[in-house]
Design a protein around this ligand. Structure first.
Ligand code: ARG
Length: 311
């Protein structure tokens, strides 16, 4: 099963980080039947994978009855207040569910959501993560002193918890896994997208760029500054991260190794090409075969429950 989890990573067409597939650390927790024990196991996953910043790619596999409602084990809440979004817009629906389950929101930009764990058809149980388990990185920039005044930060470890893992005939619905971040995930998407944290306008303004004219390329310049800050800050904090150029080089090595092993690699161009300076990387120029191999990870329908009507 653990080897299957490694192969599932190797076959993940969207993932640029697959060179390290064989180093995945697998934890078998199929014996757990209680929500609190799942919570404990998730804390152990977080602590082991975080490893003080030297992140270890890890997967924890649970039994059939377990569902984790969170998209990632650590993720910021999102709220819509009077037409304005506070926090992470991708979390708005899930945050509402947490509130319906009795979670107290604090309406901040970076509130870590509770873990929501369900066993069978039981009402899901909620658990707050202890501060000691949540490693975060405050962002600063090597050249701009004003950058840290923006009080931007992100969490250290991306741990996807809502995908299923399919190995042959077996489907695992709760198998949270993590690697480490590629800088652009944070700097060119999470903090940059207009519908996410939308930080480019304030950064461009602080840089003294002309934000009135698109053709000043203020968005592009701000994007570079933000991504430098992300890479610099994670490095400074001793938290594993990879820049997109190095990640593409590592992917080329993965391809070479796969070829030597007599396997044909598959990939999804849309996802492999980094979201900034795409044409500076080799993957931009090449076609990829997006055929889906097994084992693999997959999206699955979100667990649906009408919480307000529950006892
Ligand atoms: N893109 C997602 C995020 O920004 C994380 C996806 C997994 N990424 C990874 N490097 N393993 O939170």
């Amino acid at each position: 099963m653990i080897f299957g989890a490694k192969l599932a990573w190797r076959n993940s067409n969207k993932c640029i980080g697959r060179l390290f597939w064989d180093s995945l650390h697998g934890i078998d927790r199929r014996n757990i039947t209680d929500e609190r024990d799942v919570f404990q196991a998730l804390l152990e996953h977080i602590d082991f994978a975080t490893n003080g910043g030297k992140i270890k790619p890890t997967i924890t596999i649970f039994s059939d009855a377990v569902r984790i409602w969170n998209h990632q084990l650590i993720r910021y809440a999102g709220y819509e207040v009077e037409g304005e979004v506070i926090g992470d817009s991708t979390s708005i629906e899930f945050t509402k569910q947490c509130i319906a389950l009795g979670w107290t929101p604090s309406y901040g930009q970076f509130d870590v959501l509770p873990l929501v764990i369900q066993i069978g058809e039981r009402r899901p149980k909620m658990f707050d993560l202890p501060k000691s388990s949540i490693l975060e990185v405050s962002l600063s920039h090597p050249d701009y002193d004003w950058f840290e005044e923006l009080q931007l930060k992100w969490y250290a470890v991306p741990m996807i918890s809502d995908m299923s893992m399919e190995i042959g005939d077996t489907l695992f619905k709760a198998a949270p896994f993590n690697g480490w971040y590629m800088g652009t995930e944070i700097g060119a998407r999470n903090l940059a997208d207009e519908h996410r944290y939308n930080c480019l306008p304030i950064i461009a303004e602080k840089m003294g760029l002309n934000v009135k004219r698109k053709s000043s390329l203020w968005q592009d310049a701000a994007l570079v500054t933000l991504n430098q800050a992300v890479l610099y800050s994670y490095k400074k904090a001793g938290v594993s991260i990879v820049d997109h150029h190095t990640a593409v080089e590592q992917f080329e090595l993965f391809e070479k190794k796969e070829q030597q092993a007599g396997r044909k690699i598959t990939g999804n161009w849309m996802w492999l090409v980094p979201p900034m300076s795409p044409a500076t990387t080799s993957v931009y120029y090449r076609p990829f075969n997006n055929e889906k191999k097994s084992p693999n990870y997959a999206y699955q329908p979100a667990p649906i429950l009408l919480l307000p009507s529950l006892p």
